[in-house]
Design a protein around this ligand. Structure first.
Ligand code: C2E
Ligand code: MG
Ligand code: MG
Ligand code: MG
Length: 293
């Protein structure tokens, strides 16, 4: 299989080079041009109020439609963007694209909701981040409460002091902060209290939600939610795919649901259609969902 793919597309292919290595090579090579070539696009996934079904936020998720490989997952190319330093350019593009999209929705009279953007560790720890965000807010005239940055707990844990000071400055500008992929790192619950004034939202990682039929996992979820609420943080259950996971997330008082049960990440025009709906209803089965596209 590897051989066929290589043969069809590139002459430099040699049997010693496996497809994955070859793919990484081409992705790295093409990433620089991807923005100019308009191969990057933002998809939007709704965050849904656990009880009412209202859309209360949206996460912007980057997609790369590569001419040779088709849709490439951000998990594959974000690390490459970080290694090559292209992440700065890419982050700027994401920020600007979300901004124009947000404005367009507001112009169209759609309800104003916060847009969440993922910040990679490299981007986050770059010295220009504060000036960059404040310049952006000034130039764009975007109400900062409609902008949320998602950072992972790994960034927090590895650079506590630097991160704490950067985050406090961001908070002063009025933007919101979410802690992404919570429950996957080496974090302890205890450190959360240090970030009481800073983190608005905790996003429980989907690997965790995946195991929710397990009772011990439910106890842990329950403790996380209680603690988060005690610290005035709201909780997003990420990756909720079925009715059982939805029920358990609700039972243990997660505030917001983000997952295929309501919608996957979709292009801007399809997200607009969702925004116009009164409320989102759970999608019954995964096969039904696939049929809809
Ligand atoms: P993330 O920030 O944790 O985003 C959530 C991921 O879970 C998304 O994957 C989303 O499509 C997926 N997801 C949501 N609901 C479900 C579900 O019910 N089931 C399953 N199986 N998956 C679900 P995606 O879009 O592939 O993004 C992967 C990661 O790439 C993101 O994880 C984020 O860390 C990174 N990423 C995406 N866009 C950007 C970006 O613009 N900048 C940066 N720095 N990183 C990004
Ligand atoms: Mg995220
Ligand atoms: Mg996440
Ligand atoms: Mg992630």
């Amino acid at each position: 299989r590897a051989k066929e793919q290589g043969k069809n597309t590139y002459h430099i292919y040699t049997p010693s080079l496996n497809v994955q290595t070859y793919k990484i090579f081409t992705l790295e090579r093409d990433l620089r041009k991807a923005i100019e070539n308009k191969e990057l696009e933002l998809y939007y996934q709704p965050m849904v109020h656990a009880i009412s079904g209202d859309i209360v936020g949206v996460e912007a998720l980057i997609r790369w439609n590569h001419p040779e490989w088709g849709m490439v997952s951000p998990d594959e190319f974000i690390p490459l963007a970080e290694e090559t330093g292209l992440i700065l350019k890419l982050s700027r593009w994401v920020k600007e694209a979300t901004f124009y999209q947000n404005k367009a929705w507001q112009k169209a009279g759609l309800p104003a909701i916060p847009i969440s953007i993922n910040l990679s560790a490299h981007r986050f720890l770059h010295k220009d981040i504060l000036k960059n965000v404040s310049d952006f807010l000034n130039e764009s005239n975007l109400d900062p409460q409609y902008l949320q940055f998602e950072i992972t707990e790994t960034i927090l844990m590895e650079n506590q002091e630097t991160v704490l000071s950067i985050l406090s400055e961001l908070k002063k500008m009025g933007v919101k902060i979410a802690l992404d992929d919570f429950g996957t790192g080496y974090s302890s619950l205890a450190y959360l209290k240090q970030f009481k004034e800073i983190i608005d939202t905790i996003k429980i990682d989907r690997s965790f939600i995946h195991d929710l039929q397990d009772e011990d996992t439910q106890y842990i979820l329950s403790s996380i939610v209680d603690l988060a609420h005690h610290l005035n943080m709201s909780v997003v259950a990420e990756g909720v795919e079925n009715q059982e996971q939805l029920n358990i997330s609700r039972k243990f008082k997660c505030d917001i649901i983000q997952g295929f049960i309501f919608s996957e990440a979709v292009p801007a025009d399809r997200f607009e259609t969702l925004l116009k709906m009164e409320r989102l209803e759970p999608i019954e089965t995964m096969s039904e969902k696939t049929d809809k596209t």
